[in-house]
Design a protein around this ligand. Sequence first.
Ligand code: OXD
Ligand code: MN
Length: 598
Amino acid sequence: MALTTAGSKLASLNAWVESVAALTEPQQIHWCDGSDAEDQALKLLMVERGDLIPLNPDTHPNCYLHRSHPSDVARVEHLTFVCTSEREDAGSNNHWMAPADAHAKVDALFAGCMRGRTLYVVPYCMGPIDSPIARCGVEITDSPYVVANMRLMTRMGAAALARIEREGSFVRGLHSIGELDPDKRFIMHFPEELTIKSIGSGYGGNALLGKKCHALRIGSYQARREGWLAEHMLIVGIENPAGETHYIAAAFPSACGKTNLAMLIPPEGYREAGWKVWTVGDDICWMQQDDEGQLWAINPEAGYFGVAPGTGAKTNPNALAMLNRDAIFTNVGLTADLQPWWEGLDQGRPAKDSQGRDFDPANGPAAHPNARFTVSAKQCPSYSPVAESAQGVPLSAIVFGGRRESLVPLVFEARDWQHGVLIGAAMASETTAAATGAVGVVRRDSMAMKPFCGYNFGDYFAHWLTFGKDGAKLPKIFHVNWFRKGSDGKFLWPGFGDNLRVLEWVIARCEGKASGQATPIGFLPTPDDLNLAGLDLSDEARDVLFAMDPQGWYREFEAIKQYLHDFGSRCPQALIDEANLIESELHVLQPGPQASAA
Ligand code: OXD
Ligand code: MN
């Protein structure tokens, strides 16, 4: 077995690579430098093996299609474990396995799994390479597809290795495609050891270990230990006509439009008036608090791993504009002239479906509902000029949101930080295709972190509360719902670019310039508080989107309290008290005998 490069100056890194090689028995080892030449060579190799299909060089230069195994198209939450010494530390929000058992289980699968294959050592940095908020890791993988994606999604290669050698510490991620067998698939996290072991899947969320595994599961654990926050949030800058930019971080569950919101194009009237939207990140946000309590945020990622279906000229023209060069597409359909195709794209026709069969609507959509694109963040036309800033961007607001067809109004604002943390903790949403399992079922998804928090949610809520120090210059917290449906089952709010109307109110509230009505669940705008000019909202939409239904919310708070109680003594009492207070205020508003009983 020959090292193709000299390894690193860090003995602990070399020793780890050697021990993994002894276990997995690769044919050769390649230390990735992240160069163009390396990337091109890997892509050539994958094309030769049939793992990548080059797309039309005229319309999509340097773009490729990858088709994954049909059983390997999404995250597998039931096979994802957080392996802390104490079960309680992982919490009921995670699947747990004792670390020794988990190591034994996966190491048996890793034994000899790279025979005949190349072991790639992928040093990467999550965040701008010179940012104090950034953290580094090394992924070992036997998948060149993973290497090519990691190069787009992280700062990968020589510069990251230099930082790792300087700092002497890094998160260890071991990945192998293994036998690509769903019965031998595990995504194991060992937060106490800053280690990840993932086998049996090549799907991004399971295999690009910098993303969900490091930046969220291990990252959230590191963040609690070190006093910061690692969140499943987009970061967007909204520039008003006066040239002032407010940064907003927003948490939505997977496949609820984070990428679209991060790249929003203002409606015509707003554009003419001079509003601009700047994309900092579309999925993950790491935040640190300064001495004044201000939260500063970076996007730890360097690219977008976005859901392709539904991305079109109306929903996300910025995304479309960045996808016509240097991109990797996974499980999309293909036109006859080798252009990528998915449902929601306004042009072209599919000739092949995501599995490479001749397209036949009887087989379902051409693109898999969780088909993805991977592309460098820099290709986004709205990429923020400060997205690479080492200190990050200062946050004015944090927005939580879910996919709720009933009850939840378009937008409301928390009274204070503690109430905001409760709003985040109580978040619920209908499930999507980003994870294997039933779609459309409402489940609680605190801060959109249910699949991603690397420790007990009770401790996580307590950690969030620690930022709410007296006098801290904290962002205001809001909740939005773009997905409310009317009696005809259709969405009541147009969404996409028009979401800026809601963000304008959010910013005006942060500046103390807009009014809101106090209700037990928080401050709500009236239709007059939002700029709805040029929108054709139905009477039902005007009634429902801005209303608070006390009876429905009373029932919701009973469920929220039950959910919090399920975390037992780890759930901070302050959140339970806050929920009790709101519930009693809602009780008073109930019609009939209940109200008089209050
Ligand atoms: C993602 C997800 O891929 O949340 O971002 O599943
Ligand atoms: Mn996500």
